[in-house]
Structures are given as structure tokens and as C-alpha cells.
Design a protein around this ligand. Sequence first.
Ligand SMILES: [Zn+2]
Length: 99
Amino acid sequence: MSYGKIHISVCRTDILLEINFKTMAKYILNRNKQDSPNGENYEVHNEENCVRLPLQDNRINLGYFYNCKDAMTAAISKFSKSKSDIDGCFWCCNFCHKE
Ligand SMILES: [Zn+2]
């Protein structure tokens, strides 16, 4: 009886992990600053769906996030950048794109 219960809970965990994996995306930060009307800034990209990704050598791995906002927060704290130095990519993180 108890074995059956254990088995069911393991299966549910597997399903949850699969859903989390599918909804999270890998984000990267461009090592080089990009021009913008209000000065240069580092852009955050979704590596899985962006059509304007920087070259492989210029990508800094930020990790997996549910949205560009979380990825930008991580980039700011991880690299001690000021908020105005980080911007979302126009193409893949338009929701976070400021300038
Ligand atoms: Zn992008």
C-alpha cells in the first residue's frame, strides 16, 4: 500500500519538473554594450528564441528564468550593474525593452 503512495508522488514530481523546464528559458547578457538613444547599455536576450543574438563569445550565461524581468534582475545583482545599464533586447525581450 505505502509503495503505491510513494510511486504516485514521484510521478507528480516528474510532471511538475517537466512543466517548469518547459516554461523557463535560458537568458544571456551581451558582454558588449549596445548603442541606444540614451547612452549605451548591456542587453539581456532569451537565447532560445532571439533572432538577434550576440556572437557566442560575447554571451554571458545568466541561467534559466520564467521571464525577462527576472533575468534582468539577476543580471543587475550578478554583475553589480546599475538598472539603467541593463536593457531587454528589442526582438526577444520587448516587454523589458526600454530604449
Ligand atoms: Zn534578443
